[in-house]
Design a protein around this ligand. Structure first.
Ligand SMILES: [Zn+2]
Length: 479
């Protein structure tokens, strides 16, 4: 369910580089040794002053092999730290300077360097408390055109893309990229005027109102690599594990998404049996051009996607994920995305009387024929190894083709017993891909051993597809 849409950010990051500063060790040469573990955030938005006032208790861990006293932080360029203390409330020495990224000449950030009272040993954790405040006026000048972030009653978003909360790192894309995007947990209290609503993809634990303001407290449902708080005059719909934050003018689209979600939940319950525990998924509508985002617990979606017919198909996709089994693979290829990508079209045909699945899958076969030719890694990597070589994006396409073949071979009834039975058997403890394959073969129908060998464990499927075989010819191989 976790899709990381880093395209925009990555695109911008890839452009514009400059040689590292000579002499003293540049930021690009440094290694980010600490990782975030937990954020405890208190945020107050002042719409008249267009300012943000924040207090964050940040717990970090030394994920490296060497001790370090240095905690490097990045904050939005117009925000500054007013206080920095340790857990006992003692002031910690720190410096802050607005710097230009060494390898991104248009990107400036307030670089805050904190010195911990003593070096943090490998594996150890420390907690610091920062108070900071300032303005938020986006980063569009860097080329990240979607970062129009500002404190505006019409729409405000607080997110990591602009360092609206401190992020561990150096003013260097290279150094930060090497550190990856580690997951952390959070609790955040966001205070806004009472007329506005704060939306987040995790769990709302409390809303309190006082003197014309409202405070929303959110807690992470599971660790994530980002926190997003979208603030607007939202309307909210909540049903069967789906929470929808939408703009009042898009009420019709929201109702359609809700209906689509409910209808697919009913269909999957019929096909795969009852859910063993209620899944949760949140969708937050944002204006067009602000950058959509998806995470394990939900999606932040541009208004356009919300208003058109695609929205119901996405609802089918997301609700189907509730019937997934947690992976116990060391490297998980994300074939569950292939299953969801297949089910969204199958469900569309079922519920809306369309015949979209068959032409869509033929299109995907054609896509494979044209796109794989120049991609040696794609051609030579079996799906089971997609994560090892970092191409899990392909699991949507290749996985959906594999599940379509499986469906055509075994038929709806056996397909339901494979997917539903596997879920009912393994939902509580999780399973490996090998266990899934063994389960499917146990339910049987057709030559499933050859099917999984060809599609999952080898790239033989590609030979058949590139030779021009259509879906019915592919399925005929395993009947
Ligand atoms: Zn998905």
């Amino acid at each position: 369910m976790r899709v990381v849409h880093l395209t925009l950010l990555a695109l911008v990051m890839a452009t514009g580089s400059r040689p590292a500063v000579a002499g003293a060790q540049s930021h690009s040469e440094r290694q980010v040794l600490l990782q975030p573990v937990h954020y405890d955030l208190d945020l107050r938005l002042d719409y008249e002053a267009e300012q943000l006032f924040a207090r964050v208790r940040l717990t970090v861990r030394n994920a490296s092999e060497q001790p370090t006293p240095e905690l490097p932080l990045l904050l939005y360029r117009l925000m500054h730290v007013t206080s920095l203390t340790d857990e006992q409330g003692n002031a910690l020495p720190f410096t802050q300077r607005v710097l230009t990224y060494e390898d991104w000449a248009k990107f400036q950030a307030n670089y805050v360097e904190v010195t911990l009272p003593e070096p943090l040993a490998p594996g150890e954790e420390a907690t610091v408390t920062l108070e900071y405040e300032g303005h938020l006026l986006g980063y569009t000048e860097t080329g990240m055109l979607y970062t129009k972030d500002r404190i505006d009653p019409a729409f405000t978003i607080i997110r990591m893309d602009v360092n609206a909360y401190p992020r561990i790192g150096y003013p260097s894309i290279m150094a930060n990229r090497a550190a990856g995007l580690p997951d952390y947990t959070f609790r955040a209290a966001v205070t806004v005027p009472e007329s506005l609503q704060v939306a987040n993809l995790h769990r709302l634990v409390e809303r309190s109102a006082a003197e014309g303001t409202a405070t929303y407290v959110y807690e992470s449902l599971e660790p994530s690599w980002r926190m997003d708080f979208a603030i607007a005059k939202y309307e909210v719909l909540e049903e069967q594990g789906l929470t929808l934050f939408y703009f009042p003018e898009d009420a019709a689209g929201a109702a359609r998404v809700m209906d689509a979600f409910a209808a697919s939940m009913e269909l999957y319950t019929e096909w795969f049996g009852p859910l063993r525990r209620q899944g949760r998924f949140t969708v937050i509508e944002i204006p067009d051009g602000w950058g959509s985002q998806a995470d394990a617990t939900g999606a932040i979606q541009a208004a356009a996607a919300f208003q058109d017919a695609r929205a119901s198909r996405e609802a089918y996709h997301e609700s189907s994920h509730f019937w997934n089994v947690g992976s116990k693979d060391t490297y998980f290829s994300r074939w569950d995305e292939g299953l969801a990508s297949f089910l969204e079209y199958l469900t569309l045909d079922h519920l809306e009387g369309d015949s979209v699945l068959a032409p869509r899958m033929e299109q995907r076969l054609e896509w494979v024929r044209t796109r794989f030719e120049s991609q040696q890694l794609w051609r030579e990597t079996p799906m089971i190894r997609y994560q090892e070589v970092n191409i899990t994006g392909l699991s949507y396409t290749v996985g959906s083709l594999m599940f379509n073949v499986l469906y055509d071979v075994v038929g709806q009834e056996r397909f339901n017993r494979i997917i539903g039975g596997f879920y009912q058997t393994y939902a509580d403890q999780g399973a490996t891909t090998d266990e899934f394959v063994a389960y499917a073969k146990g339910v049987g129908g057709g030559d499933l051993d050859a099917l999984f060998q060809d599609w999952l464990y080898t790239t033989r499927w590609y030979d058949y597809v590139s030779a021009g075989e259509a879906m019915d010819e592919l399925a005929a191989r395993y009947r």
